[in-house]
Design a protein around this ligand. Structure first.
Ligand code: COA
Length: 323
């Protein structure tokens, strides 16, 4: 059975905020942000919501795949910024689409979330009984940023990406190698606390928590772990690294991507990026970039593609697929 991506879609908020815009709000500069990260602008939600962006991306992916909402057996949304504690984002999307037959649940694995969702869905489809799945990565990270903390808020953006997975007869195509990992022991290097315990039996007046990050520790984690995960996934798929046509990496930092390319002895031309325009959108980064390159005709049948995510948890994931 081949488990293939047959459609992609993406959506970002209308408001585009440049580094120069930010430098008018806080003590930062285009030069600092661009030279350290490669980021030049990001899209920030004003009227948009995580659900609205997810639905827009999902509709585009369904249209490309020529799949109707009723045909979906499964919806998995990866997010750390759902609009509600419950119902989950997937059920909200299911309702908006009219995907009445789809089992729908969310995955929380931060920037690796889309990879974890893809893996989970692929296993459902491989086992049988489920034929079509919608996987979404969607975030409005701007609402969990401390806009007084210039070391984090300049890095992130909002948006959503989606892909349709299909189980099809045959062997040797679609998803062939999947690797995931987690290291909860290092979770505090990138974290955002939820509400504290709060009920009539405790006194708790803690303020809302926002994203906090030890950037250098995350950087070291990424440049070591991502090449290892990709190497394992490529080996699991039975390919050599040189055979891979495209590496679609989580869009956190251009220097991290350059370092991964160098460690894998691969040219930067194989590593498309959109962080210049989008910043880091956590679970949405990989599916939005996948949709961007798909729409620009950079992916052809038979291409060997690596998708890789990494981030809070700490978590990481790499998937190898033949288009
Ligand atoms: N504008 C201007 N100056 C800033 C700034 C900003 N937006 N943010 C921080 N600075 C300052 C710091 O205050 C510090 O000043 P000091 O030396 O006077 O104390 C200086 O810049 C250097 O800060 P530092 O944190 O050491 O910078 P860095 O070279 O490590 O770069 C990151 C910071 C965040 C860009 C880098 O660590 C990184 O990209 N890490 C990975 C983060 C990541 O990818 N996270 C998401 C993973 S999913």
């Amino acid at each position: 059975m081949n488990i293939k991506i047959i459609g992609t879609g993406s959506a970002v908020p209308k408001l585009r905020v440049t580094n120069d815009d930010l430098s008018k709000m806080m003590d930062t500069s285009d030069e600092w942000i661009k030279s350290r990260t490669g980021i030049e602008a990001r899209h920030i939600a004003v009227e948009e919501t995580t659900t609205g962006l997810a639905v827009e991306a999902a509709k585009k992916a369904l249209a490309m795949a020529a799949v109707s909402p009723e045909e979906l057996d499964l919806i998995i949304a990866a997010t750390v910024t759902a609009d509600k504690f419950f119902p989950n984002l997937s059920c909200e999307v299911q309702s908006a689409l009219g995907a009445v037959h789809a089992v729908s649940f969310d995955i929380s694995a931060a920037c690796s979330g889309f990879l974890f969702g893809l893996d989970t869905a692929a296993r459902y489809l491989k086992q049988g009984g489920y034929n079509k799945a919608l996987i979404i990565g969607a975030e409005t990270l701007s609402k969990i940023m401390d806009w007084n903390d210039r070391s984090t808020c300049v890095l992130f953006g909002d948006g959503a990406g989606a892909a349709i997975l299909s189980a099809e007869e045959g062997e040797g195509e679609g998803i062939l190698g999947m690797i995931q990992g987690s290291d909860g022991g290092r979770g505090m290097v990138l974290n955002c606390s939820n509400r504290p315990v709060n009920n009539p039996f405790v006194t708790n007046d803690a303020a809302l928590s926002y994203t906090s990050m030890n950037g250098q520790e995350v950087y070291k984690f990424a440049v070591k772990t991502v090449p290892e995960a990709i190497t394992q996934a490529v080996e699991a798929a039975g390919f050599s690294m040189d055979e891979i046509d495209l590496f679609i990496l989580h869009q956190a930092n251009y220097r991290i991507i350059e370092s991964v390319a160098k460690r894998l002895h691969q040219p930067m031309e194989k590593f498309p990026t959109n962080l210049q325009e989008c910043g880091n959108i956590s679970a949405a980064s990989v599916p939005i970039l996948l949709d961007n390159v798909n729409n620009h005709g950079r992916i052809g049948k038979g291409n060997k593609i690596v998708l890789a995510g990494f981030g809070a948890g700490l978590t990481w994931g790499a998937t190898v697929l033949v288009w």
